[in-house]
Each structure stands twice: as structure tokens, then as C-alpha cells.
Design a protein around this ligand. Structure first.
Ligand SMILES: [Zn+2]
Length: 343
């Protein structure tokens, strides 16, 4: 992209980030809102909460609902999940003691060790032991709630004809408190974000990978002149352009410092198609051809051939998943040179 002019646009992208405690609270809030609105069921991120109203035959389904909150918040199975609350509690305790492989931490001890529900922080899972016995495992099924702060707990209860509530723990529950577990990391509002975050770019580089992974808006563009000298309008050229921090608008992009010709793996979920495209320019911006015209419509610009290979409709744009393959620029450079030599 030519310096200056296109840089006047704002760029925004939605990106993959690791779930944290706020995602749990958002799901709890959405379920409670649906219950307060009198709904019997609500679907959040493809997870169905179908017992928002009390049903005496169904009884309390505390663990099931606590598990679903985790699943809706993360898209992953809940660690330690089992037949009943207390069995799950035992599993979480075992995970906590087994080197924290799934990130489970006991953050408040049981009541015998001085633990109180109020010592938990919002998003923590509170467990309680107690009767009746679980028909599957035989222990007292116990109870679970998700701490919401201010004395409130998200819970599915069999008390008083209620189902989903944000009531506080009862006196009887407090006596049976057997600890609070943190299943997701906490991100404090107002705290400095991790290094990869800026106000404009929100992305988390997955710690166990060397590549940058992101999800955002892709657009198509054609430019005869590019930063690398490779015309983006070359027929059949599968290539892309990334915002790489060369101007004030793209500053802070997670792609800052990615070298020219680095290969980007691009996946279009709608068609299930995948391409590998070397980076041949800086960008993108909202002036990219076939952008929505709204500032912030683009995360990655694709050549028309790349968009076509992904099965995209001409002159449209859409959400794409990308992986920037670190250290691949020599490979990408050779691929582009070979293509230009043939054309
Ligand atoms: Zn059980």
C-alpha cells in the first residue's frame, strides 16, 4: 500500500483471545437475564440452558449448569466434570494437586481450614458437600455455584421453587463449603494488558506456539504498485497484505515486524477452504477494494485470486482465520519469484 493516504483509516479487528473469568461472568449474566425475562431456555454460544424455570421432577442441576457456563464461555469441556457437584469438586482438587495441567487452582480452602465463600473472586467456582447421594457415584451430590461478587452466587438450586438464581450462599451451605476453584485466568479491568495487547489491536499470541493466530475481517484488493514491487493485480497471484506497523494507524499491530513474503495460512470457515499466501504489501485499510467502506473493515487484504481460491463471493469480504507462519519469508519469496517468472 502506498504510504500515507490509506493510513488515515482506522483499523479494527476481532481476534482470537484466550478466555478469562470475564467470559464466565458474561455467560452467567446472560443466563440470569433470560431467567428474569421469564424464559425457560436460552442458547449461548451453541450451549443450551434449558432449565431456567423450576421443575420439581428435574431437581437441582447445579453442576450441569455450572459446567455449561464454562463450555459456553470457552467452547471447551469443563475440567474435572463429573456426575455430580461433589465428585467434580474431588476431581478439581485432584487437578489442583497434580501440577495444574489444566490451569485449575484451588483459591479458597474448605471451611474446616477457614475458607469462606467471600474470599473467592468473581468467576470462581464454589463447591459444597452434602446430601442426597448421587445415583451415579454414591457420594453426597453437594452443590456448586459461580461466585459473582457482592455476596451473590450464580447457581441452579432446588430451594424455594427457584431455578437459576444469583442468591447468596445459605447458612447451611456455608457450613458445608469445601473450597473455591479458579478455572480460567483473571484479567483485572484497568490493569495494563499483556504485552501483545494495545488499545487498537487486541490479540493474544498463544504461548505454546511460535506463530501469530488471529480471526478478523478479510477484504480483497488490487494494487499495481506494492511495497515489495510484486503487483497485487498479477493474474492468479495468491498473496496478501498485512498491517505491519509502518504508520501511526498500524502501529501496535500484532503483525508489526513480520517480514515481507512471510507466508500466512488463511482459513475460510464458510467454505472450509484454506490457502497459503505470502505477504507482499502493507495494509490493509478500509479503502481496500471490496471493503465494506466502513473504517475498520479489514484485518488482512487478499489478492482477488486468493479470495477466489478460498471460495469467497466476488466483491464481498468476510471473517477469516489466519496463522502467520514465523520464519517462512524465504519460502514465500521463492514462491512469488517462481510465479512471476512463469507469468
Ligand atoms: Zn456423582
Amino acid at each position: 500500500m502506498r504510504a500515507g493516504r490509506r493510513c488515515l483509516a482506522l483499523i479494527y479487528m476481532e481476534v482470537e483471545r484466550l478466555p478469562d473469568h470475564r467470559d464466565l461472568l458474561r455467560v452467567c449474566g446472560a443466563v440470569l437475564d433470560a431467567a428474569h425475562a421469564g424464559k425457560a431456555r436460552v442458547t449461548i454460544n451453541n450451549v443450551v440452558f434449558d432449565d431456567l424455570r423450576w421443575d420439581a421432577r428435574a431437581g437441582g442441576r447445579c453442576q450441569e449448569n455450572a459446567r455449561k457456563v464454562y463450555e459456553a464461555a470457552t467452547g471447551r469441556p469443563m475440567p474435572g466434570k463429573a456426575c455430580c457437584a461433589y465428585r467434580t469438586n474431588l476431581n478439581l482438587y485432584a487437578l489442583h494437586n497434580a501440577g495444574n495441567a489444566q490451569g485449575v487452582v484451588e483459591v479458597v480452602p474448605n471451611v474446616e481450614a477457614g475458607g469462606q465463600p467471600e474470599q473467592a473472586l468473581p468467576g470462581d467456582y464454589l463447591y459444597f458437600r452434602g446430601t442426597p447421594r448421587c445415583s451415579t457415584c454414591g457420594v453426597g451430590v453437594g452443590h456448586v455455584g459461580i461466585w459473582m461478587g457482592d455476596g451473590r452466587m450464580f447457581q441452579h438450586t432446588s430451594r424455594a421453587g427457584l431455578a437459576i438464581t444469583d442468591a447468596g450462599p445459605t447458612w447451611s451451605q456455608r457450613r458445608r463449603f469445601c473450597g473455591a476453584y479458579r478455572l480460567l485466568p483473571r484479567v483485572e479491568e484497568g490493569q495494563p494488558l499483556p504485552a501483545a495487547y494495545t488499545g487498537r489491536w487486541r490479540i493474544e499470541v498463544l504461548s505454546d506456539l511460535t506463530d501469530i493466530v488471529a480471526r478478523g475481517r478479510g477484504t480483497t484488493w488490487t494494487d499495481h504498485r506494492t511495497r515489495t514491487g510484486v503487483p497485487a493485480d498479477t493474474p492468479g497471484l495468491i498473496a496478501c497484505s498485512l498491517p505491519r506497523g509502518y504508520c501511526s494507524v498500524t502501529e501496535g499491530s500484532p503483525f508489526e515486524g513480520v517480514p515481507d513474503f512471510t507466508v500466512v495460512k488463511i482459513y475460510y470457515a464458510k467454505t472450509g477452504k484454506l490457502v497459503y499466501a505470502p505477504v507482499i504489501d502493507e495494509g490493509p485499510s478500509w479503502e481496500a477494494m471490496a471493503g465494506t467502506g466502513k473504517p475498520g473493515s479489514a484485518m488482512i487484504d487478499l489478492t482477488p485470486a486468493a479470495w477466489e481460491a478460498l471460495g469467497g463471493q466476488p466483491n464481498t469480504n468476510d471473517t477469516l482465520d489466519i496463522r502467520v507462519l514465523k520464519g517462512s519469508h524465504e519460502l514465500g519469496h521463492d514462491a512469488v519469484r517462481n510465479l512471476l517468472a512463469r507469468s
